[in-house]
Each structure stands twice: as C-alpha cells, then as structure tokens.
Design a protein around this ligand. Sequence first.
Ligand code: MLC
Ligand code: AMP
Length: 510
Amino acid sequence: MNHNLFALFQTRFPCDLDRHFLETPEGRTFSYRALEHQSACLQRVLKEQGVAPGDRVVVQVEKSPLALVLYLACLRCGAVYVPLNIAYTPSEVAYFLADASPRVLVIRSEAMDDLASVVAEAGVAHILTLDADDTGSLAILAGAVAPDHSVAVRDRRDLAAILYTSGTTGRSKGALLTHDNLASNALALHRVWGFGPEDILIHALPVFHVHGLFVATHCVLLNGSGMFFLSRFDAQAIIDLFPRATVLMGVPTFYARLLQHPHLTAAQCAHMRLFIAGSAPLLPETFKAFEQRTGHRILERYGMTETGMITSNPLHGERVPGTVGFPLPGVEVRVCDRDGRRVIDTVGVLEVRGPNVFDGYWRMPDKTASELRPDGFFITGDLATIDTDGRVAIIGRAKDLIISGGYNIYPKEVESEIDRIAGVDESAVIGLQHADLGEAVTAVVALQPGADLDEAGLLGRLQGKLARFKQPKKVIFVDTLPRNTMGKVQKNELRTRFARSYFEASLGIP
Ligand code: MLC
Ligand code: AMP
C-alpha cells in the first residue's frame, strides 16, 4: 500500500473535480481538477531539477494558491517540504539552508538580491521564484511541462516535511514529520470536528506552520470540500465571508480582533458551524465575550509542531474555557514530574505518545534523545493538569517560550542578539500579557556603566538580525537583573514587576 499522504487526499477528491478547492476573496477560484493538474506539473518541474524522494525543498514565499499546491507536489514526488516564515531575515535563512541542505529553494523574486550571498554560501543547486500573484520562474516552468500524474510510493515512516521550531538554546530544530504523522492526525481531526460535505473553511492563517499548513488544509482535503483562501488575517473580510462559510480556524488573536469589530454579530454568524482556536491559550474572557456576541462557544484545541494536534474540546459536549479538552483518538497523554514519573491530581509536564508524534529532530540525535522518553512519550514542555474525566488544562510552560499572536519566540535567541550590542551588560527577554497578541516580547536590559543607548538605539541594532515579530515591542532599562542564590535570572519577578506594561495599549489608549 502507498502511504503517501497525497494518495490519501486523492481518494477524497470530490466526484465532481470542478468543485472549488479554494476561492480567494478577489474571486479567483482553483478547482480540484486544477489542483490535480498543477501538482502534476509542479512534480514534473521538481523532478527535472533533480529532486528525488527524500530530497528537501525549502520554500520561503507569500501565501498563494500555487504555494499550497507546491506543498502538495512535494508530497506527491516524495520530496521533503521545508516551509519558512517569510518574516525570517537572510541571516536566519542562512541557518536553515545550511541545516536542511535542500536540492531546490523557492523564494520570492524580490528576495533574490537579499538572499544571493546566503544562497551561494549554502551551495543550493536550484533556485526558483514564486510570487504572491503566482507568477515567477516556478510558474513559468510549470506552464511549459507535461504533467506527471504519478504519486511516489512512500512508507509510513518516510518524511513528508521538516518544520523548524526554535529551541531553548536559541538554535532552531527541524521536526521530522512523516507521512503517517500527518495522515493520522488529519484523519483524527476530520472525524472529531465532524466535517461533512457542506463544510466550507475560512483559511486566513499563514501556510508555513502546522496550524495553517496541516490542520486547516488537511481537513479540507480529506473532506474534498472548499475553502476561502485569504492571503492574511483581515477581520472585515472574514466577517463578510461568514454567511457563505461554516468553519473558521484561528489563533486567539483572530478572535480578540474579531471581537473588536462592530460587524461581528450573531446574525452574521448564523451560517457558521464551528469556530476553532489554538496555537496559544484562548483567554476565558475571549471565549465568554465571543459566546455573548455570537452565540458560538469557541472550540479550543492544543498541539505542537512536533506532535500535530494532541487534544481537543469536544464537538458535542461541554467546551470548557481554560481547558483544551481530551486526547484525540489514538493519542495518549500523561502528566509527569521532571524524572518522568507519572503524577496525579497535580501539575506536571505533559507528555504525549501516538502516531502523531514526530520522528525526531533533523540531524540532532542528542536533542531527540533528550526530548523523547524510551517508551515513546514526547516531553512537550507544557505544564498541565488532567482531571478525573481525562480533560486536559494547559496552565503554563516549563520551557522558556513566548507565544505572540501564535508565533513562538524563544527568549534565548533574542537575548543573545541583545547581549552582543555594545553597551549592554545583560538582558532578560520575557512575554508580558497583551490583549491583542496574548503575550508581547519585552526586553529588560541592564547597561554597562556609561553606556549611551536608548530604546530606539537598541531596537535599531536588532534590525535585520531577527525577524520583526521576534523583536521586542518594548525595552525596559533596569540597573541590574534580579537573580536567585544560584545566580539564575528571576524572570517571574520581572513578569510580575512589569505585568501592566501593555495595560493602556491593550485598552486601546494611545
Ligand atoms: C505580525 N507582527 C507580529 C506578529 N505578527 N508581532 C508579534 N507577534 C506576531 N504574531 C508584526 C509585524 O512584524 C509587523 O511589525 C506588524 O506586526 C504588522 O505586521 P502584519 O503582518 O500586518 O501583522 P498582522 O497581519 O496584524 O498579523 C498578526 C497575526 C499574524 C496574529 C494575524 O501574526 C498571524 O497570522 N499569526 C498566526 C501565526 C500562526 O499561524 N501560528 C501557528 C503556529 S503552529 P512592524 O514593526 O514591522 O510593523 C502552532 C501549533 C499549534 O503553534 O498548536 O497550532
Ligand atoms: P509550536 O512549537 O509553534 O508548535 O507551538 C506549540 C506550543 O504552543 C505548545 O507547546 C503550547 O505551549 C502552545 N499551544 C498550542 N495550543 C495551545 C493551547 N490551546 N493552549 C495553550 N497553549 C497552546
């Protein structure tokens, strides 16, 4: 049997291949027939560039229909798809290219100059371009070849994708995701969320992370139905689509922003079946306000890059704000202490096992060994409780991680850049509560005596070094950082001391 995920999707294509796979708000449509044809053409192009099963294809492009089909073409030919956030700077991209050593790199035309030296240094064999309007050298080549409708035979454990996720040491790790990881998770979600023939998804997430690329897109493909494909989050556009759609998936920031919009009403949401949130904690206040305004109880689920989705609140049954529900079918969870001993009725680190759990980190056997227990459980680094009914609540993080608008930022990476700036003695980067982003990246900095550095100067020095979303929204200068007797910086104390830093901004007070 062929375990290629694309082959599974093909079995779910609608009988009427002219049915829309996606439609943009501008009225551009893309049918299942076009998906089949274009992915076959892109497969041919990839093969002509020498891509063989197992070869990496790194892609850093805007969200567009062809960008999504490129992912499917990689699956189809057995290549390993490696998407990168377009916010990453050339110096960040250099790391990924050196680590992934791709056969082909696909980037925006406008990025060619900026990335030229990085690409040359990494020795990437082939560079193609793809732009937001689906033009570029990749599209030109695809228009000139004969489609290759084959589907590479893949085993369950063959790699489908590598998704980079930042590490606590500041070095990104490539999570190895197999065809079976993705297929098992997609099938579970499609089932528990009750997708049916009438469903139409609103897709407004980026397609370089698990949420937009896998969770949202795979549900649609397994359903053989359609989606509205927005290039980015746009509250007005999304609200306008509610009467023609049934499901929205978003990070909590989506819901916080929708609630700010005067056109969000129960009447406007009447046609919608399901609102799903994840990637960061959904505040109970947001859950309640959304129910009051629309009558819909947002379904919160929980997952990770390394594991796909782990738990979900029920479709039928009580959705409890502040909890993330129950393990998905086939997925086991337990809460353990630091030594991996199971604890009951108390907070511990959540561990997960199942067909969804990744195959390790790319070229990092030590990291893989330290984050996976010998019995196959993966240590999530999230602090959780499991009640007697098996319902999971995420109540904090054992790992030093900030989640801002659904993007992960590892403080260590930001601190390393700040500490390199002349005049900085030391820094601590923390996440502070922010009504829009959930958490806002904040740098607390102690300067060397006599240093002449202000907030603007410091932030200016980070330009080009770190993607914009990782850069601090605020810099707070202190004389010294608080430390415990072991010399460890007390981030909790800083979080408490500066907790209200974004309070006025959160209320919209300039
Ligand atoms: C953009 N900016 C951010 C930001 N997004 N800053 C902090 N955090 C973010 N998340 C900055 C930009 O750099 C820019 O800064 C300014 O905000 C405006 O940029 P924008 O592109 O116009 O932003 P906007 O459209 O408002 O985007 C916000 C957002 C977006 C929340 C809609 O970030 C988003 O789509 N987030 C979803 C992320 C996601 O898919 N996460 C899933 C990960 S998977 P400046 O200074 O240049 O103006 C995962 C597993 C799981 O976690 O469980 O799902
Ligand atoms: P990523 O590495 O981008 O896949 O992010 C995964 C992390 O996002 C998890 O380890 C959690 O910390 C967080 N996360 C995802 N969904 C939720 C949720 N519903 N509630 C709380 N945290 C979440």
